[in-house]
Design a protein. Structure first.
Length: 157
């Protein structure tokens, strides 16, 4: 069972509430491209994972390209690909370890500073912990698990 710490009480206190004009950053893989993070963009990472995990992976972009009016994408969504892959192979789960030791770049430092200063919220599709690292792990993290239909409270340790 999870018990709130003093930090949690401060972060989630009613002292600061959502107000009109408050910015909630929404970011993905593009934030990680600059050094020293140097991660690929989502489409590049998706293509690399497809090549690594799926036999005849070249057929997937072909199918998506053949039906752009229905799918409106060149490749599947990265998070969907990882979800399917991790349910079918242990190797896919190990591939997520590539995100463990990524150093935050300046983009992450700016977002972490904004979030800690304002006790703000952000939405991300990233698998790394760069924002948390840039804040020295002071930002609370909620991870939504679609299989359970609920969010888990996680500290980036």
């Amino acid at each position: 069972m999870y018990h709130k710490s003093e930090h949690d009480r401060w972060w989630f206190s009613d002292e600061i509430s959502t107000m009109p004009g408050v910015v909630v950053p929404f970011f993905g893989a593009g934030l990680s491209v600059d050094p020293p993070s140097c991660l690929p963009k989502a489409i590049e990472l998706t293509e690399k994972l497809m090549d690594r995990l799926f036999y005849h992976s070249e057929k997937i972009p072909f199918f998506f390209g053949k039906h752009p009016d229905v799918l409106s994408r060149q490749v599947p969504r990265l998070e969907h690909l990882i979800s399917v892959a991790t349910q079918t192979t242990a190797e896919a789960a190990n591939l997520l370890k590539i995100f463990e030791d990524i150093p935050p770049n300046r983009n992450y430092q700016i977002i972490a500073e904004y979030l800690t200063t304002r006790r703000g919220w952000a939405i991300t599709t990233n698998f790394d912990e760069c924002v948390e690292k840039a804040s020295n792990f002071t930002i609370p993290v909620h991870v939504f698990d679609p299989t359970e239909g609920r969010a888990h409270f996680v500290w980036g340790e």
